[in-house]
Design a protein around this ligand. Structure first.
Ligand code: KIV
Length: 344
């Protein structure tokens, strides 16, 4: 009786532990402070706290975009700190010329796929153009969807205007971690008149420093600085106490981010070559590798080299083969019988 009771109790404890572990490993930011668990296993998971700690220790932060399960898995396996499900998906995945057309529902598909592939990085999802500008209710509804339905740990919002600072305040007030993004903000391409480097005058540079300070005050945990002169990025970085993540902003930031397809050199297609930014180093030429493989496949199918015996693994046992030929013959499929007899 006692043994049964202890067994029942221990399975109950195990179940509770299971739920607890699920929670502990699926969340990124609260577990250690709330439960006081030791720095150990979940040290593997990047949290807002570990991002801030790395920043304070002067460790350069790394971030890469991802849009689906395999890209997320590769980024995560490389132990990149932050995976951004960027609205750049509109361009590099959906083939649009700008980031404007992507919707929240489309972003959510990317977010969910990435959250299944990346298990240790901090996951940040972009709030897409047109999904938050109307009012606070729309903003909060969509930011919450990105966390709840998309499995993201934080959202990113573009811009440093008064309305954006207030949007950040609303979201952080609702318990949502927010990454800012200033400089070239592609969602404002219509206003900026194209994808152009920003802060090219002293006045514009000062404005960006002010915006960064305001975004920090509103509760951003980090700010992306896109396409700025490196001295402006350096001034912003040293004026705030949260990490800056640069893209086309030189090396005086707290970390760097690149778009997955740009970094890997996917863009061999002339349309894509056109939009690969000049600041982007291509660490591989994946596009060339893919193109070569596709052409080889086509050629080998055409000349009969593929699949060949090596890639034809499924056989009929000889007894069944004989019966099969007999049955084909009885049914009058004589061409098939000849064909069957022609090869071993
Ligand atoms: O959408 C995106 O990929 C981005 C990065 C360029 C920072 O915002």
């Amino acid at each position: 009786m006692y043994a049964l009771y202890t067994k029942h109790l221990s399975s109950k404890v195990q179940r509770v532990r299971g739920v607890y572990n699920l929670y502990r490993y699926s969340t990124t930011s609260v577990s250690d402070s709330l439960y006081g668990c030791k720095i150990g296993e979940h040290e593997k998971t990047t949290t807002l706290k570990s991002v801030q700690e790395k920043y304070e220790r002067g460790v350069a932060l790394t971030a890469v975009t991802a849009y689906d399960y395999p890209s997320a898995m590769h980024v995560d396996l490389a132990k990149i700190d932050i995976v951004l499900v960027g609205d750049s998906a509109a361009m590099v995945v959906h083939g649009h010329d700008t980031t404007l057309p992507i919707s929240v529902d489309e972003m959510l598909i990317h977010c969910r796929s990435v959250s299944r592939g990346a298990k240790s990085a901090l996951l940040v999802g972009d709030i897409p153009f047109g999904s938050y500008e109307n009012d606070d209710a729309q903003l909060l509804k969509n930011a919450i969807r990105i966390l709840k339905e998309g499995g993201m740990h934080a959202v990113k919002i573009e811009g440093g205007s008064r309305s954006r600072v207030s949007a950040v305040q609303k979201m952080t007030g609702a318990g949502i971690a927010v990454m800012g993004h200033i400089g070239l903000t592609p969602q404002s391409v219509s206003l900026l008149g194209g994808f152009r480097p920003q802060a090219r005058s002293a006045k514009a540079a000062v404005k960006l420093v002010e915006q960064a300070i305001e975004l920090e005050g509103a509760g951003c945990f980090s700010i992306v600085l896109e396409c700025l002169p490196d001295c402006v990025a350096a001034a912003i970085t040293s004026s705030i106490n949260i990490p800056t993540i640069g893209i086309g902003a030189g090396s005086n930031t707290s970390g760097q981010i690149l778009v997955y397809h740009d970094l890997l050199g996917f863009m061999q297609h002339p349309h894509h070559a056109k939009v690969t930014p000049k600041f982007c180093k291509q660490y591989a030429q994946v596009g060339k590798v893919i193109q070569k493989a596709m052409t080889e496949f086509k050629n080998e199918v055409r000349n009969g080299e593929f699949p060949g015996t090596e890639f034809t693994p499924y056989k009929l046992r000889s007894r069944d083969r004989k019966i099969f030929i007999e049955m084909l013959g009885k049914a009058g499929f004589l061409d098939a019988v000849h064909r069957m007899k022609a090869y071993k």
